[in-house]
Design a protein around this ligand. Structure first.
Ligand SMILES: CC(C)(COP(=O)(O)OP(=O)(O)OC[C@H]1O[C@@H](n2cnc3c(N)ncnc32)[C@H](O)[C@@H]1OP(=O)(O)O)[C@@H](O)C(=O)NCCC(=O)NCCS
Length: 168
């Protein structure tokens, strides 16, 4: 049985190994502090409610309208900052990759982003892919590359709920 919940002291992250050292070190050493300082929200995927086999982080962010590709920004006032939701990190333990957990975490994060945007407006979800391989994962779910930033992608919140419905 899978659980996704906010990071808590009961969660054991000591053995987490996604194959990306910076993502592993973050969940082991930094995530708890970021949560306590309100810098990031951290959600963990556990199999037994204790051992962490995946996680993602969310925080607020802002970008200039000009940062988006022209087709996305054309109806917005230029030179204006827009609020966004940053999915800064997402990782699944090597032992569990290829089992649909990355997608489950991504969709959980997108649903959270939609829910939060009802109270605090957010124009888009932004993700930072760690490399070209990770970028392909996000592109599979229709994320688009931000203008001039090859590993930073976005998904407009508008229409996102409808888009999620098309996935079983
Ligand atoms: C990228 C990552 C989160 C994917 O998690 P996962 O649990 O292995 O992925 P899933 O099993 O949920 O895959 C869901 C779908 O995405 C596809 N997919 C997974 N990784 C992919 C990739 N790198 N490129 C393209 N498609 C990918 C799967 O084939 C699957 O497609 P299907 O539903 O048509 O079969 C995971 O490989 C990981 O943690 N990698 C190391 C850290 C990392 O790069 N994080 C992301 C950027 S911060």
């Amino acid at each position: 049985m899978l659980f996704i919940s906010s990071l808590d002291n009961i969660h054991d992250r000591s053995r987490f190994n996604s194959g990306r050292l910076e993502l592993d070190n973050y969940i082991k050493e930094q995530a708890g502090q970021d949560v306590r300082r309100n810098l990031s929200s951290v959600f963990v995927l556990t199999k037994d409610q204790v051992d962490v086999v995946g996680y993602y982080t969310l925080s607020q962010h802002s970008l200039m309208v000009d940062d988006f590709p022209p087709a996305t920004g054309k109806k917005l006032p230029r030179k204006r900052k827009v609020g966004c939701t940053l999915l800064g990190r997402l990782a699944v333990d090597l032992s569990c990759q290829g089992m649909g957990y990355g997608r489950a975490l991504l969709f959980h994060a997108l649903k959270k982003a939609i829910a939060v945007s009802v109270e605090v407006a957010s124009f888009a979800v932004i993700v930072d892919a760690k490399d070209e391989k990770a970028k392909l994962f996000y592109e599979k779910y229709d994320f688009l590359t931000l203008k001039d930033e090859s590993l930073r992608l976005f998904m407009p919140i508008k229409g996102l709920a409808r888009k999620l419905c098309k996935y079983p």
